[in-house]
Write a protein that binds this ligand. Structure first.
Ligand code: F6R
Length: 236
């Protein structure tokens, strides 16, 4: 594992964007696994800047996102589809039809999950997966559990995740209670993994996940078994 500690969120964002940029430059038809939340906002802003400076071309890139809340359509400004469109896709030249986010409003969620995994497989897998980490150690919405779940699946969100994400909603009651998330199979099959985290409150979980026991009770700990992981952490 390549563990990098930096001083500021800006430095974290520049470094993460540089790693993704290198991937896109060396393989223009890359499949990027993307995340939402507050951690990647700076990284996406740096990628947009690189695109505007004509240093990056996303015209051949495909993206697959980690997760989506159940019950929110892409038009809902709290949905992860809306987040990706607003913070990245609408600002770069990626083809919209080559951006995939699980459909949280699918009538048949099981079918949606199966088809999401089939799509990832048909794309040849993910070249680089960007991840944040939850305070409980979740990646995507793979919450602490007795087992690691391999496939894309429906999850009940942990009360601590609902509380942490309430900052984006009018109240905790408005946070959806379920989500569809890529499973550990999709994440672990990515050729490279890049996990970013910032803030003093993430220090403890970073220590447990990357320097402690590998256990489904700390889902991110499985990444210790991945052959090509970079973790960038900034306390500030
Ligand atoms: C979001 C996702 C989540 C977040 C995690 C950290 O797509 O998969 O695992 O990465 O909840 O969220 P932030 O970055 O908001 O602290």
């Amino acid at each position: 594992m390549n563990y990098i500690e930096v001083e500021t969120y800006e430095e974290l964002s520049r470094k993460a964007a540089a790693i993704i940029a290198a991937q896109v430059i060396s393989k223009p038809e890359s499949v990027l696994g993307l995340a939402t939340g507050s951690s990647p906002l700076g990284t996406y802003a740096c990628l947009v800047k690189a695109y505007e400076n004509k240093d990056l071309d996303f015209s051949k890139v495909t993206s697959v996102n980690l997760d989506e809340y159940v019950g929110l359509t892409g038009e809902n400004d709290q949905s992860y589809r809306y987040f990706m469109n607003t913070n990245l896709f609408s600002k770069i030249n990626i083809r919209k039809e080559c951006t995939f986010v699980p459909n949280g409003c699918a009538d048949d969620v099981k079918k949606e999950c199966r088809e999401y995994d089939e799509r990832i497989e048909s794309l040849g897998g993910i070249d680089i997966q960007l991840l944040g980490i939850g305070l409980d150690g979740h990646i995507g919405f793979n919450e602490p559990d007795e087992v690691f779940t391999k496939e894309t699946h429906l999850v009940d969100l942990d009360p601590s995740t609902i509380e942490a994400n309430a900052r984006f909603f009018p109240s905790a009651d408005d946070v959806p209670k379920q989500a569809v998330t890529m499973g550990m199979g999709g994440i672990m099959n990515a050729k490279k993994v890049l996990l970013i985290a910032n803030g003093k409150n993430k220090e403890e979980i970073i220590k447990k996940a990357f320097f402690g026991t590998i256990t489904p009770k700390i889902p991110a700990s499985i990444l210790q078994l991945h052959p090509d992981v970079t973790v960038i952490y900034s306390k500030n």
